[in-house]
Design a protein around this ligand. Sequence first.
Ligand code: NAI
Ligand code: MG
Length: 347
Amino acid sequence: MPLIALLAGDGIGPEVTAEARRVLDALTLDLIFEEALVGGAAYHATGHPLPPETLALAQRADAILFGAVGDPLCDKLERSLRPEQAILGLRKHLGLFANLRPAKLFPGLEDASALRPEVAAAIDMVIVRELNGDVYFGEKGMRTTVDGLREGYDVMSYNEAEVARIAHLGFQTAARRGGRLCSVDKANVLETSQLWRDVVIEISAHYPQVALSHMYVDNCAMQLVRNPGQFDVIVTGNLFGDILSDQASMCAGSIGMLPSASLDSAGKGLYEPIHGSAPDIAGQGRANPCATILSAAMLLRHSLGMREAADRIEAAVGRALATGARTSDLGGTLTTHAMGDAVLAQL
Ligand code: NAI
Ligand code: MG
């Protein structure tokens, strides 16, 4: 039986993962759940945001369902002890090199988007973001210039194997969807991006069924707002993907609606809502659990091959929203638990 590591974390993390758990339980799929502390909750209990037992469980599990980490009580801690280090540590230790963020607008949520309703309605894309390289992981530091000025630096680099690995996933994702892949870079200025573009073009020979295009990242930021319906799959590096995927999410309604998957090369994954621990609404039963419920659907599809069950969850969320079920981020009055009930009622 597949083992799911349930890492609820901090703030609204436990509230939204509880609803995802109820939905998974209702499908009676014979899954085993094991819970462990992560983030601020783990720091307060053990002195470390990612305790060895939590990492060991994540390594042993077939997939990980993650809530969120982040705790205002930990704001003054040194960086290595802060809750957010837990998610970075999991990505690194588990080799989760690809982040998939589908952004689509559920019918009826047009008014929740930051865009005009008719523009928002056309959004249905996946951003494939590289997660283990780029300027986040290059050499970094502080130094003093010859003029005595403080200077911070972060080295941006990608090697061809890193680009090829994420490019393959981008092409495969596009081949399963609308057959269009847009590779986003800044090849007019950056060497890293020139290599990125060269490698993506080389890899494209393996995927004749996918139409490849290239776009500079600044233009892409503009096009996501102007005409997001033009995109099917976007593949991009860590930094550009971080920024573009947050932008795309808000075009597609509430931050409480969007799931994500972080995958390794063997099919293992960590699944989490794109939002954080939302300390401003934690403990009030106001969080929208849909992003986490949809993350559970991604878990079933990508890590366990349970496509039918995943489809059922996504359809149930769609039907619940179509009947008018809304938490406050979507302009409604339902509690987190009542929104979970509304999805369960449609399963
Ligand atoms: P956030 O995503 O937690 O919250 C941003 C805003 O969106 C808040 O007003 C919040 O109330 C609202 N919101 C978020 N999720 C919602 C939901 N499901 N339903 C309704 N409203 C929702 O981002 P913020 O405030 O920047 O960060 C809070 C903490 O979370 C920080 O400690 C941050 O480092 C951490 N964080 C953790 C992430 C993770 O665990 N992967 C990702 C992003 C932030
Ligand atoms: Mg981000």
